[in-house]
Design a protein around this ligand. Structure first.
Ligand SMILES: Cc1ncc(COP(=O)(O)O)c(C=O)c1O
Length: 406
């Protein structure tokens, strides 16, 4: 991990906007988009940012302005993308196991749909004959940084299983739908490019079946980025060269140039985000000093949900002596951010900065324990803008119809 953290700037944002606070730096997002683009040498490349990673409208708009489309998984995410001014022609919809009404919503809004279950294909044929559809396949390969993220593994709930392919072939022959693409998403935090190559080879073999009608192959997202200072990222250059070579051969085989699509979430957003939290207390009794912060897994779930490592920096005392701390949140559960973690000396009132907070941070945040969600600030061209205000307790009560009844 070689990121330079703008600590002075973050401290001043903490003072201006209060804590806890999410901050996103668009320079990092743009750099990641550029890194991805320059790694591939194919006639047509499309990046469809997986908006589940972070779907605040200003961020979506920024990413679209960098030339990317958006992948969504719900009507809510479709509306967020449309509100960002993103045309439906570059929005796709890749849900899982949803009611057909959601497909109707996507199609009525002009959004391209992905399907991975026969019931969806049959319903689309009946209600929207002739619709263009991308088929999502399950490559049956276990890859990804955590078992909960290995969504392309055999038997996972996602994608058409290899045992279903024959049925899907006869179904699509019978139905009026136009199969315009094939798709897979292996999982998240994937650095093992061998599993990716294997899955991709499988997808291309399936793509041959619909070679006459497809105009894109979508390889999903899941690229690993570093979390720990000694961690590594996927080697995008060699990965890109291999994928491009194989994809170009595929295009030559089918005699047409089609589009290669990726749906990265974490790769674009993770390192762009910081979560700033105030230290409320340092308990020195016990085997390891314990640092309490005014936040918790209601704001940032990944350490508790996936055991994810997120680096922590004391931006109030960056040059202090390194000591080991447990860092915990304020929720009434164990709520652990880090155990026995080396951090420069911490005092009550200091500001801790959690790194890689850009992806699956705010978008997974909740109001658990009756706690409003934090504000969000975006830094663009060195200019900080509040892009989402902090919630209030009134926001929490807004949908509760018991408020005014005795
Ligand atoms: C269909 C699909 N595409 C893309 C992604 C993005 O994955 P990542 O954020 O790991 O790149 C996901 C994440 O769950 C997904 O489900």
């Amino acid at each position: 991990m070689t990121t330079t953290i703008p600590t002075e700037n973050l401290l001043s944002l903490a003072q201006t906007y209060g804590l806890p606070l999410f901050v996103y730096d668009t320079k990092v997002i743009d750099g990641q988009i550029q890194k991805l683009r320059s790694a591939f040498d194919v006639p047509r490349l499309e990046i469809r940012y997986a908006s589940k990673a972070q779907n605040t409208i200003s961020i979506l708009r920024h990413i679209y302005n960098q030339g990317c489309g958006i992948d969504t998984v719900s009507p809510g995410e479709i509306v967020m993308a449309l509100k960002a001014g993103i045309p439906s022609s570059v929005i796709s919809f890749t849900p899982s196991g949803v009611i057909t009404d959601e497909y109707a919503f996507a199609i009525e809004h002009g959004v391209h749909v992905h399907a991975d279950q026969p019931y969806i294909l049959e319903w689309l044929d009946q209600h929207y004959p002739g619709t263009a559809v991308t088929l999502r396949f399950n490559p049956a390969i276990r890859a990804g940084g955590h078992t909960k993220l290995q969504v392309g593994a055999d038997g996972s709930k996602f994608g058409i299983l290899s045992s279903q392919v024959k049925n899907i072939i006869s179904l699509t022959k019978k139905l009026s739908l136009k199969i315009t693409g094939v798709h897979m998403h292996l999982g998240s935090d994937i650095s093992d490019s061998a599993s990716f190559d294997e899955a991709y080879e499988y997808l291309l073999s399936v793509a041959q079946i619909w070679a006459d009608t497809i105009d894109h192959v979508d390889l999903g997202g899941g690229f690993k980025i570093p979390y720990h200072p000694d961690d590594h990222s996927i080697d995008m250059i060699s990965f890109g060269a291999r994928v491009s070579e194989r994809f170009n051969r595929f295009c030559a085989d089918i005699g047409r140039e089609i589009t290669l699509v990726f749906e990265p979430g974490k790769f674009l957003l993770s390192a762009a985000g910081y979560l700033l939290m105030e230290v409320t207390n340092v308990r020195t009794e016990g085997s390891v000093p314990m640092v309490y912060v005014q936040s918790g897994f209601n704001h940032f779930l990944r350490p508790m949900n996936y055991g994810a490592y997120h680096h922590l920096i004391n931006i109030s005392n960056t040059n202090g002596e390194i000591q080991f701390y447990d860092v915990v949140g304020y929720l009434c559960e164990t709520d652990t951010f880090a155990l026995n973690r080396p951090i420069s000396e911490i005092h009550q009132g200091d500001v801790l900065c959690l790194l890689n907070a850009g992806a699956y941070g705010y978008s997974m945040a909740s109001t658990y324990n009756g706690r409003p969600r934090p504000a969000e600030v975006m830094i663009n061209d060195g200019q900080a803008t509040l892009i989402r205000r902090a919630e209030t307790i009134d926001d929490l009560l807004r949908t509760d119809l018991g408020v005014n009844s005795e």
